[in-house]
Design a protein around this ligand. Structure first.
Ligand SMILES: [Zn+2]
Length: 104
């Protein structure tokens, strides 16, 4: 079987953006590039590996995961740290627009 691991953008909420969430829960959220199912995984990489790139604090190496629905492996990269509403808005504008385009 031919296995490829596609990449998808991950988002890790922190600060204000994580206020309505369990503080012990530190997850990276993503959308499966194979089937479009939304998923989340526990964030493993330390914040120290995140660097300010293109207006966001990102981990460009990302993390590996597997979709809970189609079970295919995927790479979550970059993982973007979002800490407030303004960054959330910019993230949506920059990354989600890009994802929509790459689907077509
Ligand atoms: Zn999937």
């Amino acid at each position: 079987m031919h296995r490829t691991s596609l990449e998808t953008v991950g988002i890790r909420y922190t600060g204000w953006a994580a206020l309505n969430r369990d503080p012990l829960e530190d997850t990276v959220e993503y959308t499966c590039p194979h089937c479009g199912t939304k998923g989340a995984k526990a964030a493993r990489r330390p914040r120290a590996v995140y660097h300010f790139t293109d207006g966001f604090v990102q981990d460009l190496q990302g993390e590996m995961s597997a979709c809970r629905k189609c079970r295919k492996s995927l790479r979550v990269a970059p993982v973007v740290l979002v800490h407030d509403r303004e960054e959330q808005r910019r993230f949506n504008a920059v990354f989600l627009a890009e994802l929509e385009v790459s689907k077509n």
